[in-house]
Design a protein around this ligand. Structure first.
Ligand SMILES: Nc1nc2c(ncn2[C@@H]2O[C@H](COP(=O)(O)OP(=O)(O)OP(=O)(O)O)[C@@H](O)[C@H]2O)c(=O)[nH]1
Ligand SMILES: [Zn+2]
Length: 205
């Protein structure tokens, strides 16, 4: 699949002002990138060491990002990442339109119905005959290339995202862990990511 840059504009938010960039693949699927301080202006202070952009690869979660769901940690993670990137002055949010770990909104809600019956987040996908995690990350490299980023500090607990970037020639100088928005409703979801999905979490939930 190839990805094309379409357009960009300013986006003021309550965290500060971002540039918003839209990308599209051949199937017409849109992905979004919010940036601050990118591309890095190497002319203005050529002798300074350039900053390493702080980057968050975030998969769409309508229920968490827009509806403040307590079933996951997505909404607080998105807000914390936007805040941290603004504070650092240089970075990007890659907002990937792969809802429900790539199975789509309808299937995610089907999985939630199974979770209501006591299944965990991983088994719910498997019972539906769907992969535990169907996401791809091949849009990330062209999106980062667009703003000249080849080195990042990556905000994640997900080893798949680290592996993708490293395999595609993007240097991950640092992994920045992100644990926010833990509550009684999402504790078992986080424990399943830690115990059954290999996420880099060593906390008790
Ligand atoms: N199938 C399914 N998807 C879920 C469930 N809860 C959250 N999601 C999806 O999981 C994805 C969350 O992904 P990210 O925010 O990229 O985070 P992550 O892969 O958990 O890794 P981090 O970078 O460590 O946060 C979103 O697409 C959510 O819609 C669930 O119970 N079932
Ligand atoms: Zn979520």
């Amino acid at each position: 699949m190839s990805y094309q840059f379409i357009t960009s504009a300013k986006l003021p938010t309550r965290h500060g002002e971002f540039d918003i960039h839209i990308f599209e693949n051949e199937a017409g699927q849109e992905h979004v990138m919010l940036t601050v301080g990118l591309p890095i202006d190497r002319q203005s202070a050529p002798t300074d060491t350039p900053p390493i952009p702080l980057v968050r690869i975030h998969s769409e979660c309508l229920t968490g990002d827009a509806f403040s769901s307590l079933k996951c940690d997505c909404g607080p993670q998105l807000n914390a990442a936007m805040h941290a990137i603004q504070k650092s002055g240089c970075g990007a949010i890659l907002y990937l339109r792969q809802e429900g770990r790539g199975i789509g909104l309808t299937n995610k809600i089907r999985a939630y119905a199974l979770q209501d019956q006591g299944h965990d987040t991983l088994d719910a996908n498997l019972i539906l005959g769907l992969p535990a995690d169907a996401r791809i990350y091949d849009m990330c490299k062209p999106m980062l290339d667009h703003v000249g980023v080849d080195k990042v500090r990556l905000i994640t607990n997900n080893p798949n995202k680290l592996a993708y970037l490293v395999e595609h020639g993007i240097e991950v100088v640092e992994r920045v862990p992100l644990l926010v928005g833990v509550n009684d409703e999402n504790a078992s979801y986080l424990a399943t990511k830690r115990d059954r999905m290999g996420h880099l979490l060593d906390n008790e939930f």
